[in-house]
Design a protein around this ligand. Structure first.
Ligand code: SAH
Ligand code: SF4
Ligand code: F3S
Length: 441
């Protein structure tokens, strides 16, 4: 039997692509192993979003080579698409280079590799296809990803994704709902709808559903208790999404809406196609919703030319919105992107200073926001057990981590575990990044 090893970096889209790649390989008679040394085929699913990603990939490919001779190496994902055939020059031991827009051709590519072809590529971005496969290997039996839209048609000045994932293309609503229903039948209770811009979804079938309609219908599937979605783009974020959340208890009351900057001038240079006030209008819809919707965001500090005054507008924005959590990134130069040509790149120390300021301010906001939960009972989906703290790990609908003790099952006992169950937990303590409590009966 043929064996393979796969290592995955990057966003949830990449993680889920790997689940589909694994499913496809298993269907073709391969067996997954967890050591490079034991594998005949070694795959590396890469991310290119920031921080000299290419160099890291080549370094890791060198390490793989030292794990033994006679193996076939393949590079997948965003660095594969970005670097293309250059990978064969810099890492001649690699035989397969394929971006995510070519994974539907994976079975053909495997046949070529098995036939001894040492230069197999899947690099075309001209596709309307989505990687829609029944062979998905999911290792979490409770929570499942579903890709609803692939690629990206936006053109943010700093971002490689439009070059690495191809054009935006949505699955039909019928195919998405079929997968969601079959997951519910298999016992999954939580699904997460995925896309670089999940809310740019547009059903290509005559039904022509938009994202809010798809959410609404997914929310009604029997057996599914929680539906999440990520990432939403502010430009395409309509009020109907908030209405769908209000109407369906199963849609989690959490929206990740990356703002990137609080300054109109910076947003304009970033080519984000919304203004600060457009963004704040969307925040207002969520604040006025009947449900308490948690909001999280991404911010880039030190975008080329970002002045102190522009940065301060970001600090003011986060005070105004009061996010529940935030991912902060220092701008990093990416190949092919327009921002590379911009002037006034910000020195690294200055990016670090802004990063720290933002982080500290957000930390106090999170302490304040999380303190509101103390004394309240929250329902969690149990994700596992942490032996280091002797606590169960739960996740609230708002995507907050709530660690808790359970009087009836203080620790996993044999096959008995709380993982996958939904429990009510009384919150007794709150920190900046998580809550803690005690399950109630
Ligand atoms: N499609 C999503 C974002 C996907 S990338 C959206 O548009 O919101 C995830 C995050 O990485 C982005 O939100 C951005 O904050 C960050 N990012 C992307 N390119 C970057 C770069 N060149 N430097 C620093 N951060 C970057
Ligand atoms: Fe990148 Fe912008 Fe597309 Fe998001 S919307 S993936 S940041 S280009
Ligand atoms: Fe990285 Fe590609 Fe995702 S660049 S963040 S793996 S879309």
């Amino acid at each position: 039997m043929k064996t393979f090893y796969i290592e995955t970096f990057g966003c949830q889209m990449n993680t889920h692509d790997s689940e589909k790649v694994i499913g496809t390989l298993v269907e073709k008679g391969y067996r997954q192993v967890d050591k490079v040394a034991d594998a005949e085929l070694v795959l590396y699913n890469t991310c290119s979003i920031r921080d000299k990603a290419e160099q890291k990939v080549f370094h890791r490919l060198d390490q793989f080579k030292r794990e033994g001779k006679g193996k076939i190496f393949g590079v997948l994902g965003c660095v594969a698409q970005q670097e293309g055939e250059r990978i064969f020059e810099r890492a001649p031991h690699v035989s397969l280079v394929a971006g995510s827009a070519s994974y539907t051709k994976l079975p053909e590519m495997l046949i070529q590799l098995e036939a001894g072809n040492r230069r197999v590529t899947g690099l075309s971005l001209h596709t309307t296809e989505t990687f829609d496969t029944p062979y998905t290997s999911r290792d979490n039996p409770h929570r499942a990803y579903i890709t609803i839209i692939e690629g990206c048609d936006k053109a943010c000045a700093y971002c490689v994704v439009p070059f690495t994932r191809g054009p935006e293309r949505s699955r039909t609503s019928e195919s998405v709902l079929r997968e969601a229903r079959s997951l519910a039948e298999l016992g999954y209770t939580e699904v997460q709808l995925l896309g670089q811009n999940v809310n740019s979804y547009r059903d290509p079938s005559p039904a022509g559903w938009d994202f809010a309609k798809l959410l609404d219908e997914t929310g009604k599937i029997d057996g599914l208790r929680r539906i999440r979605f990520t990432t939403s783009h502010p430009r395409d974020f309509g009020k109907s999404i908030v209405d769908a959340i209000d109407e369906n208890e199963t849609l989690c009351n959490h929206v990740h809406l990356p703002v990137q900057s609080g300054s109109d001038a910076v947003l304009n240079r970033m080519q984000r196609s919304y203004t600060r006030s457009d963004y704040l209008r969307r925040v207002e819809w969520m604040r006025k919703a009947q449900r308490d919707i948690a909001m999280t965001t991404d911010i880039i500090v030190g975008f080329p030319g970002e002045t102190e005054a522009e940065f301060n507008e970001t600090l003011r924005l986060i005070d105004e919105v009061e996010y529940d959590a935030m991912f902060i990134f220092k701008y990093s130069k990416r190949p092919n992107t327009p921002a590379l040509q911009y002037e006034d790149h910000i020195p690294e120390e200055e990016k670090t200073r802004r990063f720290t300021l933002l982080q500290e301010q957000q930390r106090s906001i999170q302490i304040r926001r999380n303190a509101r939960y103390v004394g309240k009972t929250e329902q969690v989906h149990v994700e596992g057990y942490n032996p280091a703290t002797s606590q169960w790990i739960g996740r609230t609908s708002q995507h907050k981590t709530l660690n808790f003790a359970d009087a009836q099952l203080p620790a996993p006992a044999g096959a008995e575990t709380l993982t996958g169950r939904y429990l009510d937990v009384l919150v007794t303590r709150a920190g900046p990044n998580s809550l803690a409590g005690q399950s109630v009966f």
